[in-house]
Design a protein around this ligand. Structure first.
Ligand code: NAG
Ligand code: NAG
Ligand code: NAG
Ligand code: NAG
Ligand code: NAG
Length: 400
């Protein structure tokens, strides 16, 4: 397809990956360190690289985003093991991972099933005045029926909701909010939601009948988010952590008994850090036409990426988010003779994620060509564009 595109130019196509542009970040030595001594992870999918230079968390995040994908997300205990492997041999006490406190986290119910809530009743709230303390993240109901915020580790009794009987079950045993949640879930229920004034009164009655002054309900917020926006709720905090009002970033410990566990630290502290990358997909931060991009990928990698499944889509989205253009080229082109979209791998487009209204191909495709790109922000859905547009693009390095 490439030969049909006009205006191809030869360019000095040096990958940005080898051009770290470090002056801005004052991290000149880092890339050399990487080449000489960094330990690369070899497990499939999410790959880690340890950057052995102590910087604050914003600098670490910026560096990872410029050179890889992001600071490391840790989704399970296998990831913990892998991180410890990649950082073993370092004498550093700990290192930054990608878990950070977000200033704008929202309150949610433990019982997340949307079918449980009609209209806006997942948004019903009955807060006592002045409940704005930002570091405390679990809600309890007082005997006055009003809700207050407390530290989730506080021990108090709690109310489960039995979905079979539709009943509110008081549990007169004190527990932290999380243990209470586990307890309720283990009896095929959940910490109770409160969907309206009527339920609020019923729960208040249950509390008064049982002489309970205050009880956990299922409302909580988790201000901690992964830097790469991964939804993983895996946490490996040291039991007394997180505990700091001003501690908004996460360090995984690399020594002692708590090796592998996490502590919250102020972002302005200095630690080495671990970035994540995807060795199968590489973002090229150059603005090239679609045909030039394809040619570049074929010379230096394998080809422009084909997104054949939702799993690949997720990984390509992660890579695409660091692009410097509003969209990145995919190996997606409209085949006029059959009026269909094809991947460069040859496949017809089955899995798809077109932006609403897009993906139909040009009106007169004998005169006008279209190729496909993934948007780099928002929902990152696909858009069709003329191939002469100049965008960053994603190459793949091997097939599964
Ligand atoms: C709530 O905060 C306001 C202003 O900060 C204060 O005037 C008021 O007394 C507080 N109310 C309660 C119940 O603490
Ligand atoms: C939940 O309700 C069902 C049906 O009424 C009942 O059989 C079960 O014992 C209840 N569970 C608890 C923990 O109360
Ligand atoms: C991190 O360091 C950079 C430059 O050294 C500085 O501009 C930035 O404010 C620091 N961030 C924090 C949170 O300390
Ligand atoms: C980090 O910031 C806090 C408060 O802004 C300050 O007290 C502390 O000294 C700073 N620490 C470092 C290592 O810069
Ligand atoms: C690439 O395009 C983006 C916007 O589309 C622009 O901000 C950036 O400066 C361009 N980069 C180069 C190297 O031309």
């Amino acid at each position: 397809m490439g030969g049909a595109i006009e205006g191809e130019r030869e360019r000095d196509v040096t990958e940005i990956q080898t051009d770290t542009n470090s002056s801005e970040m004052d991290l000149d030595a880092v890339f050399i360190t990487l080449l000489l001594s960094a330990v690369f992870s070899s497990s499939a999918r999410r790959q880690y690289v340890f950057v052995q230079r102590s910087v604050n968390c914003t600098k670490a995040q910026l560096y990872c985003r410029q050179n890889y994908i992001d600071l490391a997300t840790v989704s399970n205990s296998a990831d913990v093991t892998e991180l410890l492997r990649v950082t073993s041999g370092s004498s550093d006490w700990g290192f930054w991972i990608g878990l950070m406190k977000s200033p704008s986290s929202e309150w949610r119910w433990s019982l997340g099933d949307p079918a449980f809530y009609t209209k806006r009743d997942s948004l019903y709230r009955n807060w006592a005045p002045n409940q704005t303390i930002s570091s405390l993240n679990c809600a309890y109901m007082n005997q006055d029926g009003l809700w207050r915020i407390d530290d989730c580790t506080t021990q108090r009794v709690f109310i489960c909701y039995n979905d079979s009987s539709k009943g509110f079950i008081p549990v007169l045993q004190t527990m932290s909010w999380r243990s209470a949640q586990s307890f309720c879930r283990a009896i095929h229920a959940d910490l109770t939601s409160v969907r309206n004034q009527n339920e609020n009164q019923l729960i208040q009655q249950v509390m008064n009948t049982n002489g309970v002054n205050s009880a956990w309900i299922g409302l909580f917020r988790d201000p901690w988010e992964w830097s790469d926006k991964s939804p993983s709720s895996f946490r490996n905090w040291v039991p007394s952590e997180p505990n700091g009002l001003l501690e908004d970033a996460t360090v995984m410990m690399n020594s002692g008994q708590r090796r592998g566990q996490w502590e919250d630290w102020p972002c302005n502290s200095s630690f080495p850090f671990v970035c994540e990358y995807d060795d199968q997909f590489t973002l090229i931060k150059q603005n090239l036409s679609w045909a030039e991009a394809m040619r570049y990928c074929r010379q230096h990698h394998v080809d422009l990426v084909s997104v054949l499944s939702e799993q690949i889509e997720q990984r390509v989205m992660n890579v695409a988010r660091n692009a410097l253009t509003p969209a990145v080229w995919l190996g997606l082109h409209h085949f006029c003779a059959m009026n269909m979209w094809l991947w460069l791998l040859g496949d017809v487009v089955c899995y798809q994620n077109w932006a609403t209204g897009d993906g139909n191909g040009p009106k007169d495709c004998s005169r006008e060509r279209r190729v496909g790109a993934m948007q780099t922000a928002g929902d990152q859905s696909w858009i069709s564009l003329p191939p002469t547009r100049e965008l960053n693009f994603i190459c793949y390095n091997y097939e599964d």
